[in-house]
Design a protein. Structure first.
Length: 543
């Protein structure tokens, strides 16, 4: 099924700038789209659009958008390990918010969207000028190209804020737009093209910006509008959420773990996915980052190996409630290999403990250990065919996000608060064996967060005086976002929206270090090389 529903994936591989050829002989590849070489039909539309989508297959990869959204937050930590992972201090700076304009992660996530934007602009110019006649496909193709371009700009709106707004294929040096202007553009584009986007939710629209994906993108932008432009748009976000919920096109998947599995294509909960295929587009290697290479055999026998890096912040793990199945569905924990089964006689047990980012004590002794920290296991690969390629489709937007957006907006607007509690209870019910434990009240959602914030010492005790002085408003709702969407490249913006990102300490993240308290790290710096090559650009404040 996957090869059909995402024929765009095979074309995307061929169109990527980093590849010079494509060996899929079942598909005809067009290196240039011209009237003479290609007259499109409905089935061929995906090929024309592929180059605008293809960067999605690697924006989440090594030091990309996933790291950028998760590493600065309170969930994922990448400490120094026996096998390395210091990477010149990159991950320490991401945790402590000490990055600069030369850091790889913010740079990668700045440049990759422009690959998609430039490709969308190129094909748009061809279609709109008539150089590429598409007949009856004109309105739908133009709408979809503008929608995927808006998705790319929604990423830049969130991560870098003040960026060039480029809407034409041109060699002119672009000028910089304000975050307000980027926000206005994204909202205007999505609302303008909505009626010309397909409302189908099947194999023909899977992994593409149809009506529902555009509604989800607009919903997320509205939900975070107060941060982006200083004005809340809770009602607008609620309206988008209701449109998705009331459509009947999506439903809660009864099995939480299957949403993220290696065969999750077409899952009833996924609104928009970034499709991966081990043969055609398995560029993502998320599953390799966590379990240690030397301790892999208890999980399965892969033809490749693991890298043993990132793990969970113990404070985050301790916030899970007893009986919440999402803990085991998200994290690898406990005994994986007994010493007797290990050739080295060491065994491997994932322990919810991590002494520090560097694991060097005050005497300068290195105490790194591969066992420390629960590992991300939300996206487990196929044990029968596991290799360096990734086959799990990444659920960029899913139905639960619409449900939780509705619940949060109802709370913030003071409307139908009991309905908000009922929605959250409904989602939790699939992950709790005890229905009573799954149920939450309005007071629960309005209570303070369960996450025990503050800097941690070597024994994972909170350092006195580093705890927050103010509770999190709607802390129960905050916790639900954290647990439900752990390791889905959303934690940073959740924390910003609820006001903890620049004001709370956690693990080794000290807000007094790097002047984090001034809030400048809520957006990332414009890459230094871009500033040097484009005199029209100014650096973001604080860098």
């Amino acid at each position: 099924m996957k090869k059909y529903i995402y024929s765009i994936a095979a074309f995307a591989v061929c169109s990527m700038l980093t590849l010079s050829s494509c060996t899929n002989l079942d598909e005809q590849v067009y290196s240039e789209v011209t009237e003479e070489s290609f007259i499109p039909t409905e089935q061929d539309a995906a090929a024309l659009l592929a180059s605008a989508y293809s960067p999605l297959t690697y924006i989440f990869d090594w030091q990309g958008l996933f790291d950028l959204q998760e590493e600065p937050g309170d969930c994922v930590i990448t400490p120094t390990r026996p096998n390395g992972w210091d990477d010149g201090g990159t991950y320490r700076r991401m945790h402590q918010h000490g990055w600069d304009s030369e850091e790889w992660q913010p740079w990668n996530t700045y440049l990759t969207p422009y690959e998609g934007i430039n490709s969308a602009n190129r094909v748009l110019d061809q279609v709109e000028s008539g150089d590429l006649p598409v007949g009856d496909l004109y309105d739908s193709m133009v709408a979809e190209l503008r929608a995927i371009r808006a998705l790319w700009y929604s990423i830049l709106l969130d991560t870098h804020g003040n960026v060039p707004l480029v809407t034409k294929w041109s060699d002119e040096i672009p000028t910089q737009a304000s975050r307000q202007e980027i926000y206005n553009f994204v909202v205007s584009e999505l609302t303008s093209v909505m009626d010309n986007l397909s409302k189908e939710n099947d194999g023909t629209t899977y992994g593409r910006m149809n009506y529902w994906a555009a509604q989800a993108c607009l919903m997320r932008v509205y939900l975070n509008a107060e941060e982006y432009v200083g004005q809340a748009h809770w009602q607008d976000a609620l309206n988008c959420a209701n449109t998705i919920i009331n459509s009947g096109k999506f439903s809660l998947c009864p099995d939480y773990r299957s949403i993220f599995s290696y065969d999750n294509e077409g899952n009833e909960e996924i609104i928009f996915a970034v499709p991966y295929d081990r043969l055609y587009s398995g560029f993502h290697q998320q599953h390799k980052w966590y379990p240690p290479k030397a301790r892999q055999s208890s999980l399965f026998q892969p033809s490749d190996y693991f890298w043993g890096g990132s793990c969970a912040n113990p404070q985050f793990i301790n916030a899970y409630e007893e009986g919440d199945g999402r803990l085991a569905d998200t994290w690898l924990m406990g005994v994986q290999i007994a010493p007797a089964d290990d050739p080295e006689g060491l065994g491997w047990e994932c322990i919810n403990y991590l002494p520090s980012l560097t694991c060097f004590n005050e005497a300068g002794e290195n105490h790194t250990n591969i066992n420390w920290g629960y590992r991300v296991w939300k996206y487990a690969p196929d044990p029968a065919t596991a290799n360096g390629a990734w086959g799990n489709d990444f659920p960029y937007f899913r139905y639960t996000e619409a449900l939780y957006t509705k619940a949060e907006c109802l709370l913030r607007l003071g409307q139908n608060e009991q309905e908000a509690a009922d929605i959250v209870s409904q989602v939790r019910a699939r992950s709790f064996d005890d229905p009573a434990k799954a149920k939450v009240t309005v007071d629960d959602l309005k209570a303070n967060t369960r996450i025990k914030y503050g800097l941690l010492d070597w024994d994972n005790n909170i350092v006195p005086g580093t705890e927050p002085t103010q509770p999190v408003q709607f802390g129960g709702m905050y916790d639900e976002w954290a647990i439900e969407f752990a390791c889905e490249a959303q934690r940073r913006i959740q924390m910003i929206r609820f006001g903890t990102y620049s004001t709370y300490n956690w693990f080794n993240h000290d807000i007094n270090l790097y002047n984090v308290k001034d809030g400048h790290t809520k957006i990332f710096p414009i890459p230094l090389e871009e500033l040097q090559t484009n005199p029209n650009l100014k650096q973001n404040p604080g860098y």
